[in-house]
Design a protein around this ligand. Structure first.
Ligand SMILES: Cc1cc2nc3c(=O)[nH]c(=O)nc-3n(C[C@H](O)[C@H](O)[C@H](O)COP(=O)(O)O)c2cc1C
Length: 211
């Protein structure tokens, strides 16, 4: 695959595990495989490769007209912010840690409070962002659990809303713990590939059951 010139040229995939070469890294690869086989282009990056300082709740970003978090420039967040602003579509592939998203990802999500305030303050650039979709693969060790993914999906929905990004129906994968558990489950492997292809064909409906 030729490297795209900017975030706008490809669906942007973010792998969110602290563990390299585990299940969610593999799901990210399978999603890309399905999306690209259907005709699209993807670009993948991993949250663990970025250093992101935590939100200090200073509320500098709450002041109308302020466009930047005070932490930007002191860490690697700029690239991730640009990805969110410019991507035509996104995919988040993440494990569940204690019924939620891993802290490395949640730290970045908290830093997106600056977008929440910019939206709240009617910043024209934020209000002009086009509607986009985010695909989600969540992977957990527990084999069952009605609420296993709820917290993560609510957080993803409300972190992305100010950016005009809506969640597509997610792919929720139970019972995968060891790093090769997904790889060794051909049925689920095919489901992730199919999810990527459906994303390219825009046949995945929006997630509507979380309010
Ligand atoms: C800190 C931590 C917390 C976890 N919490 C949960 C949990 O609440 N529920 C669950 O089913 N699995 C939990 N797991 C298991 C992971 O979700 C599981 O191993 C997953 O496959 C890891 O994905 P990865 O290979 O992409 O890192 C936890 C794992 C870690 C490291």
């Amino acid at each position: 695959m030729t490297a795209p010139q900017s975030f706008a040229d490809a669906l942007q995939i973010l792998g969110c595990s602290a563990r390299k070469n585990g299940n969610s890294d593999y799901a990210a690869r399978l999603f890309a495989q399905g999306y690209e086989a259907a005709g699209g282009t993807t670009q993948t990056r991993f949250m663990r490769d970025y250093t992101v300082r935590h939100c200090t709740a200073c509320e500098t970003c709450a002041v109308p007209g302020n466009k930047k978090c005070v932490q930007e420039g002191k860490d690697d967040s700029s690239e991730l912010y640009s990805m969110l602003l410019e991507a035509p579509a996104l995919c988040f592939s993440s494990p569940i840690y204690f019924y939620h998203l891993p802290s490395i990802f949640k730290t970045f999500i908290d830093r997106c409070q600056c977008f929440w305030f910019r939206h709240h303050n009617r910043d024209p650039y934020i209000l002009s962002l086009p509607p986009r979709k985010a695909y989600v693969c969540l992977i957990a060790a527990r084999p069952v659990g009605d609420q296993l993914f709820h917290g993560s999906l609510l957080t993803l929905k409300y972190f992305l809303t100010p950016l005009n990004i809506s969640l597509a129906e997610p792919l929720l994968i139970y019972g995968k713990d060891g790093p090769t558990d997904l790889k060794n489950d051909p049925k689920t492997v095919q489901e992730v590939i199919d999810y990527g292809a459906a994303a390219y064909n825009d046949t995945v409906p929006l997630l509507t059951r979380y309010k």
